[in-house]
Write a protein that binds this ligand. Sequence first.
Ligand SMILES: N[C@@H](CCC(=O)N[C@@H](CS)C(=O)NCC(=O)O)C(=O)O
Length: 201
Amino acid sequence: MKSDILLYSDSKKDRGSKVRWLLAEMNLEYETVSRSNVPPPGYSALNPFESLPTVTVKGATFFESSAILLYLADLYSERQLAPVISSPDRPVYLQWMVFSEATLDRALEKLWAAEEIPGAGTTENIHKLRQDVQDVFHGLEISLQGRQYILGDRFSAADISLAYYLNWAESESLLEGFPKTRNYLLRMKDRPAAQMIGLFG
Ligand SMILES: N[C@@H](CCC(=O)N[C@@H](CS)C(=O)NCC(=O)O)C(=O)O
């Protein structure tokens, strides 16, 4: 392996794109392998859930995109994409990292399942789940008041995680009526590193 980081990811759109974006922001080299190209005993030996992404970093293999973001941002702390543990921004940073998956992704996944899995959702159920997602945006809209980034004036890995899910929400027309959240997403999409990985292209 030529670089310290090997990313298992199949497409520009899977959650591995959060990792690609972070690595592009940090200007770090990495290699990518698709799930079907993992040599025997195969991908399930690396990740028993067979979900994407997984990484190998300096010999350690692990999965869960948020864990990967948190670890890499700390490992390469000189790139300043995570507040240090003693910073007053650190707890708020962790809050938004966890929020993006535990609250925002969860709400979007429930809606996605109801809409996409045949027989899973009734019209009323889907309407309710869309409202649940939009309830999340009411809180986010307040939190983004007067803020360029989710931590205020500094960009961090938490912005990457949030923007990934906001982009998904926007593709479902769920951001209408939330101008601060939409404008925040536009600012994130405009970042050269985000453009480079092609997540929004
Ligand atoms: N919480 C996990 C979710 C992983 C996940 O659901 N990944 C999707 C791709 S974005 C996946 O692997 N779906 C099943 C599949 O592609 O077979 C994470 O953030 O890494």
